[in-house]
Design a protein around this ligand. Sequence first.
Ligand SMILES: *[C@@H]1O[C@H](CO)[C@@H](O)[C@H](O)[C@H]1NC(C)=O
Ligand SMILES: *[C@@H]1O[C@H](CO)[C@@H](O)[C@H](O)[C@H]1NC(C)=O
Length: 242
Amino acid sequence: MAPHVIVGQVLVPVLLVGMASHVINRVLITAMECRCAKIALCDPVDGSCTCRNGFSGTLCDKECLCPDGSPCQSDGSCACERGWTGQRCDQPCPLGTFGTGCSQECLCQNGAHCNQTDGTCTCSSGWMGEVCDVGCQEGYYGLECRDVCSCVNGANCSHTSGSCFCAPGWIGETCSEMCPENFFGEGCRTDCLCQNGAHCHHKDGHCDCSPGWTGDLCDERCPQGSYGMDGWPTWMDWGLVY
Ligand SMILES: *[C@@H]1O[C@H](CO)[C@@H](O)[C@H](O)[C@H]1NC(C)=O
Ligand SMILES: *[C@@H]1O[C@H](CO)[C@@H](O)[C@H](O)[C@H]1NC(C)=O
């Protein structure tokens, strides 16, 4: 019997020690755990914190102020939706950028507006195309090139504003008016030099002489033996009349 007792005597302390250390372990863990913020979940084994939505940090004590739909990241910052940035995702992407984290560059040209979410371009007046790099086709202007130019008499039309660049000899908003008497050319800015009652052409300023006058400026008398309009041979010139 004696060896049994001895064995038992040996076993008992071992079991006690084991149980005691287990209890001590539990006590130690209990003492260390749950430093997590109150609303966080505390792991019973290692004491790590599992944050509830809206909180972050190892102790879940950092409150995220992310808007709906923007999850909170472990460092407390928000994973912003496309097109937004800033600690609280309340700043639109800086001009010229778009997308997740504002990491993409806008390609829109000629003053187009770039959608901060998907980078699509809204062209400014007079431009079209995916990135607004194409001017309106001849005769059209304005937003989405929907307006029809009203310029006439060979004028060009600004594809952005629709204003007219008149051809020489024409003036007015739509270039529908001839130059006033005694002026010609681009913008009707040039003085006519025709003389002796000649008619001055509104486009190039050439002179149509009145009867009895000749020369570029109609400042020369018709030669002896001829008369009438410059450029029209008289019967005398043809030798038919003497
Ligand atoms: C930008 O694009 C998104 C879709 O990607 C759209 O919902 C939003 O209305 C657009 N914003 C503007 C200002 O056009
Ligand atoms: C119209 O545009 C064409 C091509 O740019 C140019 O050659 C022409 O001189 C312009 N005409 C006017 C009236 O501005």
